[in-house]
Design a protein around this ligand. Structure first.
Ligand SMILES: NC(=O)c1ccc[n+]([C@@H]2O[C@H](COP(=O)([O-])OP(=O)(O)OC[C@H]3O[C@@H](n4cnc5c(N)ncnc54)[C@H](OP(=O)(O)O)[C@@H]3O)[C@@H](O)[C@H]2O)c1
Length: 308
């Protein structure tokens, strides 16, 4: 089968290659891929991965081989799933606990936009408890996770502030439910009950100082690649705040999450309460160009590659 593999010395660190088909575990189905999504985590990892690694977390397609243990949907079912790697291929092995049937009227492309961005948002926001009336800050809000997180926080009744890096990145964020849009957290007078933080560096430090009593920063990454310095004593004097580092696959295992939460997110798509925020949708032959756009912060939301 054809797959996109990492190649350290290529400009975009990828090339198409003929590789062996995956051998499924007893609880895994094989999905014939129709659409996969791009995530910044894959983009960053491509810069240091060895030759032949197959990237990709999110895959939507049809079940072409059912699970040997009898779990999961029947042959031919349209499904979306999430894997730690290996999704950018014609055939993908996915554990049945990490996939869901795609409802009618939801495209493969829309479904493929959901797993990483939707589940990360859902699990992160859960650390704020009941969000009704609470102040939630989402950093890197114009990206794939950010645009889904705004919608899910707003659906739960939160007052959402979206942080962006430059004014043009504000496009569409108010329509999604952002009540305030800011460039610099220090310019905001608001204290936040929950921060979904993904940029790291000084933005993480600012997020901690802008927490309300009892507040939590959920740190999911460091898109800036910058280290963070913060005033520990200042935070201790303030007291009763939390910093939680969240890693999606570990968190899914800890919380026993997967199919049920994917079903929930897909239902929100069907009922038009969630928009997948697809900015680019092109053949996977253009993966290199889409990766470059993602790296340059030119994607407003998600980029989807059609496996054709
Ligand atoms: N922990 C986990 O399991 C988990 C799961 C999903 C994602 N993540 C991480 O969470 C982050 C967000 O993911 P995503 O899919 O939403 O990424 P994305 O679509 O690329 O969005 C990242 C956003 O960060 C902002 N940003 C600020 N400084 C940046 C910099 N120096 N380089 C790149 N972006 C910068 C950009 O917005 P502006 O241009 O407006 O500044 C951009 O919209 C990534 O770091 C990703 O690896 C972690």
């Amino acid at each position: 089968m054809q797959a996109i593999v990492s190649v350290p010395h290529q400009p975009n660190h990828i090339e198409f290659r003929e590789v062996a088909e995956p051998v499924p575990a007893r609880d895994e189905v094989i999905i014939t891929a129709r659409a996969v999504s791009l995530n910044r985590g894959n983009f960053r990892r491509l810069a240091w991965e060895n030759d032949s690694w197959i990237p990709g977390y999110d895959v939507a397609g049809e079940i072409s081989q059912t699970a040997a243990d009898g779990s999961g949907p029947p042959l031919g079912t349209r499904v979306v799933g999430i894997v730690p790697s290996g999704a950018w291929a014609q055939q993908v092995a996915v554990p049945t606990r990490r996939l869901a049937a795609i409802p009618n009227h939801v495209s493969f492309e829309a479904a493929a936009a959901i797993p990483v961005s939707g589940l990360t948002s859902l699990l992160s926001l859960a650390h704020g408890g009941m969000l009704l009336g609470k102040h939630v800050l989402i950093t890197g809000a114009a990206g794939g996770v950010g645009r889904i997180a705004i919608q899910l926080a707003q659906l739960q009744g939160a007052h959402v502030t979206a942080q962006i890096g430059r004014p043009e990145r504000a496009k569409g964020l108010r329509e999604l439910g952002a009540a305030s849009i800011i460039l610099d957290i220090d310019e905001s007078k608001q204290a936040f009950d929950l921060v979904l933080e993904s940029i790291g560096g000084n933005i993480l430090a600012q997020s901690l100082t802008h927490l309300a009593p009892g507040g939590t920063v959920v740190s999911i990454g460091a898109s800036s690649d910058e280290k963070t310095n913060f005033d520990v004593l200042g935070l201790v004097r303030k007291g009763a705040i939390k910093l939680y580092a969240l890693s999606l696959f570990q968190e899914m295992e800890l919380q026993g999450m997967g199919t049920r939460q994917l079903d929930m997110l897909l239902d929100l798509l069907v009922t038009h309460r969630l928009d997948p925020q697809i900015d680019q949708q092109r053949s996977w032959q253009h993966m290199g160009e889409m990766l470059a756009a993602l790296g340059d912060r030119r994607i407003d939301g998600k980029a989807i590659a059609i496996v054709d």
